[in-house]
Ligand binder design. Sequence first.
Ligand code: F0G
Length: 458
Amino acid sequence: MPTILPEPYRIKVVEPIKMTDRPYRERAIREAGFNTFLLRSQDVYIDLLTDSGTSAMSDNQWAGMMLGDEAYAGSVNFERLEAAVRDVYGWKYIVPTHQGRAAEHIMSQCLIKKGDFVPGNMYFTTTRLHQEKAGGTFVDVIVDEAHNPTSAFPFKGNVDMAKMQRLVDEAGADKIPYISLEGCVNMAGGQPFSMANLRELRAFCDKHKIAIMLDATRVCENAMFIKMREKGYENKSVKEIVREIGELSDGATMSSKKDHLVNIGGFLAMNDEKFFVDAKVLVVQYEGLHTYGGMAGRDMEAVARGIYEALEENHLRHRLSQAKYLGERLLEAGVPIVVPVGGHGVFIDAKRFLSHLDQDQFPAQALAAELYVEAGVRAMERGNVSAGRDPKTGQNRRPKLELVRLTLPRRVYTQSHLDVVADAAIALYKRRETIKGLKLVYEPYALRFFQARFEPLA
Ligand code: F0G
């Protein structure tokens, strides 16, 4: 029987959530254009849209919020944030931003020239968009296993070194400013890279003078997986593993809204001084002064404290056990999901779940909408809608993975909530033939998944 490790915290504050009936939810999803991003939060019972900014902060973080130094320049909370990043990750310079995509924007503008190629272990939506806006082309260099939801490979976040070599041979190393290396790869199902792979990548990149910029958003969860799965790391602390990852990289973009357990915040970090100077010139144009980015002093304090809480191994073990529990309940009932279960949630394989639908009928989008109607559970499409259109051909990208992400906010939901989610997904699986596809009726030109609207096919 699947089990969850006991919570390493107790509950001090509660937030009521609304239960609704099916006719209510049918109306709500129609009004939202069958897009779970357009639902009102008030109409959602269990919100698994994202693990981003949705964590419960600790009493320690809330206490820190009262110590916000809201001076325009040189806030003491920035000093604490900078010290925490240096202490935990080891990077020399940090540029605060309001969240991850702002760091991606600034990094892309600083490092990418028109015609450059930017390899990555699978795309992320906002990351690739900023690379393209800076004139670069994203190149997927993740291992093939990552695109196969049934492969049980334990490090599906690894870089395929042969793909890196091919890119260098074809494009030339001087056209590759950096590789963006993501921890617990989101679009692959929250899958980690191994330390052995990162070491190999480091040697390769040193040889070809290519920088390694981490997408460190979920790197603490990646470190926990390394401790649990990689030989030689079982007796190292997560803190040591995170530090080792930091030292093998040249810097990072960070959305602190995930592992760092805050509702808003992020930063760009680097060891290169010229990059730092350039990034500071941009941050003051787009975000705010280089000692707050887009954050209030209190927000920076919460991030500084969250950086340490993110390393707590009981917290990480409990969190990963929640995802595993939900995944195992679904697997037991035959529901197709991505295996191994990743770090930040469970990803339902909508291609196999709704095998009667073509990918251009948006099976993952349809399934996410149906899950909401079934039980008031909000999930997120991570498939053909999220992948968008190829800028050259204008066609849907039709990615190999067509997934519905059941994302677990940190320290928020209990086992009974997860049972409601599992029961709903299993009920839908039993009547899967009754679920219809969708057609697009409104599509924004960029990051269409956030605002697109759909109608059911007849
Ligand atoms: N990188 C990764 C891997 C992410 O998952 C996200 C955000 C970002 C960068 C951008 O950070 O949101 O702070 O601007 N992911 C959220 C999600 C939106 O739901 O997966 P941001």
